[in-house]
Design a protein around this ligand. Structure first.
Ligand SMILES: CC(C)(COP(=O)(O)OP(=O)(O)OC[C@H]1O[C@@H](n2cnc3c(N)ncnc32)[C@H](O)[C@@H]1OP(=O)(O)O)[C@@H](O)C(=O)NCCC(=O)NCCS
Length: 184
């Protein structure tokens, strides 16, 4: 897979990307969102081997630096849906690269016939939901305290709220048929 945009190439990971992967994944160890607390550079070889074989994780390469600055995730879900996710190296935030990559990925998936694309984030992750709105996903749901990734000192789960954003394939007939009105 390879998608080219103005500034970026979205493609499968390669083993040579290990150093770049390690650079941005180390930033996730103590991150507020999309945290990978157990990541170490010793684990990066295992991680790059797995990502290089994956058809759900894609590298975001910045053309002008020939550097992988993050990843896009497009996970396969039921009913021909995909879950979108993204992580960028912090040194490349707020330059429009996250939305450029995500917009291209969504367009690619819809061109392949995917029915629905959705993404989830905490309401406090403003960068994430602003990105989704910028690329045309709509807020469909707000779930109260439905996920927990950490516990407090007394080992009680800390629950977070979730926004769900989604878009339907604009090339499909997405007319909603009310089953109560159909003859069948
Ligand atoms: C989410 C993420 C990929 C955004 O990437 P990015 O390249 O910085 O985003 P963009 O530059 O394309 O910006 C998209 C929109 O978000 C806004 N934005 C970006 N960072 C922001 C921030 N920290 N606070 C408020 N708004 C922000 C931008 O202004 C832009 O909106 P606008 O054009 O309407 O002004 C990046 O912040 C990231 O990697 N975060 C850590 C991982 C993560 O949280 N992933 C999502 C888990 S749900």
């Amino acid at each position: 897979m390879k998608i080219e945009t103005t500034d970026l190439i979205i493609r499968n990971f390669e083993l040579e990307d290990e150093k770049d992967l390690c650079e941005y994944m180390l930033q996730r160890v103590h991150a507020q969102f999309e945290r990978y607390p157990d990541f170490t550079c010793q684990k990066s070889h295992e991680e790059i081997v797995s990502r290089a074989q994956s058809d759900e994780f894609f590298a975001i390469e910045l053309k002008k630096e020939h550097k992988v600055i993050g990843n896009i995730y497009l996970g396969k879900r039921n009913f021909n849906s995909r879950e979108l996710g993204y992580v960028l190296n912090e040194n490349y935030h707020k330059k429009g690269y996250g939305s450029e990559a995500s917009k291209a990925m969504v367009a690619f998936a819809f061109a392949q016939g995917v029915h629905r694309i959705y993404a989830e984030c905490a309401p406090q992750n403003i960068a994430s939901w602003k990105l989704m709105e910028k690329i045309g996903l709509e807020r469909e749901a707000f779930f109260k305290k439905n996920v927990s990734f950490r516990s407090d000192e007394e080992n009680n789960p800390i629950y977070w709220d979730t926004y769900v954003y989604a878009a339907l394939n604009p090339n499909e007939n997405t007319e909603i048929i009310d089953p109560r009105l159909s003859d069948g």
